[in-house]
Design a protein around this ligand. Structure first.
Ligand SMILES: Cc1ncc(COP(=O)(O)O)c(C=O)c1O
Length: 312
């Protein structure tokens, strides 16, 4: 087990309408979620604000709208509303009385005994919060990334737009290849040979003072963090942002690069394959973005309070 936090058997999770200790939450081994990865999910962050004595969930409605999109693409017999999804998330966090930064996994899955890979139901849901601190910029050394030999899934086979459990087998192959070969993680190219994303995050590079990221049609998840970064870069930091295809060799010669996502937040990259790029920890632009992002998620930036949902 990688992290001791996961060993806390007492933390409560919400499963099918009940609050139960995680050690007692069981799913049938023959359910389609267990056998075929037939589930869709969101990874949501909530950040504790000491001054306000409040826990803020970040861009909750956007996460749940994306979850409903995944449910629709994946043809699940579910009719959840955003309001209901928010209410169960709040219920389980309050039951655990979290007063620190947390991450929440909210998964909608195909349950039941008699199902197979094409079952549309019965649909069930679990919501599992866990303590997880936000990243601190100065502690980050930058990730050593390789270009994966595995191609990113695409919209005509297993759409990266839907956040489906089974998609992560593609992510798993790339990440394990990378770590087995001594890298921290991998960057996928898509079926057209252009840069797509990392196994669980999106990528930005900086060239000549401009922020560049692949478009949402380049085999990437429609990332909420990616969208946040584009908005704060354009609106608050006056940085030009371009969505366009990125070639592999542009990674090798860029001025700086970072990964982003609800889990990664903003994590600098220091090399691609054997090519060193500027140590991003010292890169001003990345640092500025990180600080602005931190103020937005913490609730200290008045402009973006509408992205925050108070839990208590
Ligand atoms: C494959 C993939 N890409 C990108 C992201 C980043 O998305 P978000 O910023 O919405 O968390 C994630 C994480 O959820 C992911 O799993």
């Amino acid at each position: 087990m990688k992290n001791k936090r996961y060993m806390n058997k007492e933390r409560l999770i919400w499963l099918g309408g009940e609050l139960i200790p995680v050690s007692e939450a069981k799913i049938n081994v023959l359910s389609p979620t267990s056998q075929f990865g037939a589930n869709v999910f969101e990874g949501i962050r909530c950040y504790w604000n000491n001054d306000m004595d409040q826990l803020y969930a970040f861009r909750l409605e956007d996460h749940f709208n994306r979850l409903l999109d995944s449910i629709k693409i994946f043809k699940m017999d579910a009719n959840y509303t955003v309001e209901y999804l928010i209410s169960v998330l709040k219920e389980v966090i309050i039951a655990n009385n979290y007063k620190e930064d947390i991450a929440v996994r909210q998964t909608v899955f195909i349950d039941g005994l008699g199902g197979t890979w094409n079952s549309k139901g019965p649909v069930n849901m679990f919501v599992a919060p866990i303590a997880k601190s936000r990243k601190i910029y100065k502690e980050q050394n930058g990730l050593r990334c390789c270009i994966s030999s595995w191609e990113r899934i695409n919209d005509n086979n297993l759409s990266p737009r839907a956040k489906v459990g089974a998609n992560y087998i593609n992510s798993r192959m790339a990440h394990l290849e990378a770590t087995d070969n001594g890298y921290d993680t991998a960057i996928f190219l898509n079926k057209f040979g252009k840069v797509a994303e990392a196994p669980g995050s999106c990528i930005f590079i900086i060239r000549n003072g401009e922020l560049i990221t692949p478009p949402c049609t380049a085999s990437v998840l429609e990332s909420i963090t990616r969208d946040t970064i584009m908005k704060i870069a354009r609106n608050d930091l006056n940085i030009s942002v371009i969505e366009r295809d990125i070639d592999r060799t542009e990674l090798y010669i860029c001025d700086a690069a970072f990964l982003c996502g609800s889990a990664m937040e903003i994590t600098p990259i220091c090399s691609f394959d054997s090519y060193k790029i500027n140590n991003s920890v010292n890169n001003n632009l990345v640092h500025k973005l990180f600080e602005e992002y931190d103020s937005v998620i913490s609730g200290t930036n008045n402009k973006y309070l509408n992205w925050l949902t108070p839990i208590y």
